[in-house]
Design a protein around this ligand. Structure first.
Ligand code: TYD
Ligand code: MG
Length: 453
């Protein structure tokens, strides 16, 4: 009988040790090192039954390598395609992470059901009946979607060889286990081994594989960091569970940019794609309120109008509170200091709350101007005129700085019926004959004049 071999792995970063220790030398986390059983003997590739001699790779001249345009399988989900950079690249491994209950399984099942290709949806989390019930809520039946409830990779590969699917979805990587590693499912060595088997399968057959991954309470994808290094694309599905909107982002993408986002709305019939997000992010308030301003931000290539709400009130307790939802709190403090120092507003003794509606989180500096406008509007209790949008960064000396893609921002505001947009004076605007009035300002004082006359 083969001797049982064990090793110690950091459960956070995957570093290996020969004995236990309290702190991981690599990621400096405490108490993350655990013993796992490994077995190096009899290790085989994903095709266990075929004892084919693996050909060693040969070096080739780069000029001799034929370039084939990466074949992409387009899903019918436009937002998903956009985030991936145009569709699933064949032979690629995509990892989708997100909090429990956010809708990862729903999203992938929905995509699988709509696909015009043969899809194998492997679930280690739910029974086939549960998946069927969910599928019935989402969309009519599909003849091309196969469900397999199995967690052992060897069995999964056996089924794959029978069915020959065009796309494989694994829900989730933490439930898989392989025969060649002894430790329990979800442990570092299992995750690493099952993922590398799947990578071999994907690369050898050209089948795209999508993995669902759990995340830890700090928001990182559970399992070793190397899981993220191993796959080609890492997507994150996020959003507030109390809100209906969900955002899909690429954190890593070997075949496209990581700037794109996809927006979905969770409905009782599954996830609806939100193709014109600006419309939903602006609340359709009939009676405007002070403290609201509209910013034109850019996410990836898409302009996005978002509503900023501020509430400024006299502090009840000694220390004033500052809180920001969806916006960097340090940046809020910086803007408040600028308003205090450069424009003479006494905000030091006031509570300031800032909220970006729709559960969005934005780090585009171009929304500074709208943040300042919302704060001033709430502080003075004067409405920001309806149909005015803002796009500009605010610097430390109170200057308004230019932002990128200004033409796109202006066009989007115009398209959505805004009558006026306030931007930095030094922004080079290429647009001609716009119906929207473009107001150029260079300092905070100009903004104050513009807002309050
Ligand atoms: P799920 O896909 O199971 O989340 P995850 O796989 O990320 O853990 O999503 C579950 C949530 O989505 C659940 O709270 C109910 C909700 N939901 C809807 O609102 N509408 C629907 O049509 C479906 C299928 C789920
Ligand atoms: Mg799930």
């Amino acid at each position: 009988m083969a001797k049982v071999k064990t090793a110690y792995y950091c459960q956070n970063c995957g570093a290996a040790y020969s004995k236990w220790q309290g702190q991981c030398n690599t990621c400096k986390e405490w108490n993350t090192i655990a013993e796992e059983i490994i077995q190096k003997e009899d290790k085989k590739t994903w095709k266990s039954d075929k004892t084919s001699k693996i050909k060693a790779a040969q070096p080739v001249r780069i000029s001799d390598i034929e370039t084939t345009k990466e074949a992409r399988l387009k899903t019918l989900n436009q937002e998903f395609n956009r985030v991936l950079g145009g569709g699933l690249v064949s032979g690629s491994l995509t990892l989708l992470g997100g909090e429990p209950g956010i809708g990862k399984s729903t999203l992938l099942l929905q995509i699988a059901l709509q696909l015009p290709y043969k899809t194998l949806y492997v679930s280690g989390e739910e029974s086939a009946q549960q998946i069927k019930m969910r599928a019935q809520r989402i969309t009519p039946n599909s003849d091309l979607c196969y469900i397999l409830t199995e967690t052992k990779t060897q069995n999964i590969f056996k089924q794959i060889e029978d069915i020959q699917p065009d796309i494989v979805v694994i829900d989730s990587i933490q439930t898989l286990h392989t025969d060649y590693v002894e430790s329990s499912a979800g442990s570092i060595s299992q995750i690493r081994e099952t993922t590398s088997e799947l990578i071999k399968f994907a690369k050898e057959t050209g089948t795209p594989v999508i993995l669902i991954g759990h995340i830890t309470k700090d928001g990182a994808i559970a399992g070793p960091k190397i899981l993220e290094h191993m796959v080609d694309t890492v997507l994150q599905f996020e959003g507030d569970r109390n809100h209906v909107y969900r955002i899909l982002r690429a954190l890593k993408n070997r075949y496209g940019s990581t700037h794109e986002i996809g927006i979905y709305e969770m409905q009782s019939t599954g996830l609806r794609e939100v193709l014109n997000p600006s419309e939903i992010l602006i609340s359709k308030n009939t009676s405007p309120l002070s403290g609201n301003a509209i910013a034109v931000s850019i996410e990836g290539m898409r302009p996005l109008l978002i509503e900023i709400q501020a509430l400024v009130s006299t502090a009840v307790y000694g220390t004033p509170q500052r809180s920001a939802t969806g916006y960097n709190a340090k940046r809020l403090n910086m803007l408040l200091a600028v308003l205090e120092k450069r424009a003479g507003f006494r905000l030091g003794a006031k509570d300031v709350f800032l909220n970006i509606t729709g559960g969005m989180s934005v780090d585009d500096p171009a929304i500074d101007l709208a943040v300042v406008a919302a704060i001033l509007s709430s502080n003075e209790d004067i409405l920001v005129e309806k149909n005015v949008a803002f796009a500009g960064e605010v610097g430390l000396s109170g200057e308004i700085r230019p932002v990128n893609k200004i033409d796109q921002r202006i066009s989007e505001a115009e398209k959505l019926g805004f009558l006026k947009i306030i931007v930095a004076k030094h922004n080079k605007i290429g647009l001609k004959n716009t119906k929207i009035e473009i107001v150029l300002i260079s300092k905070i004082e100009d903004l104050i004049t513009e807002l309050f006359g």
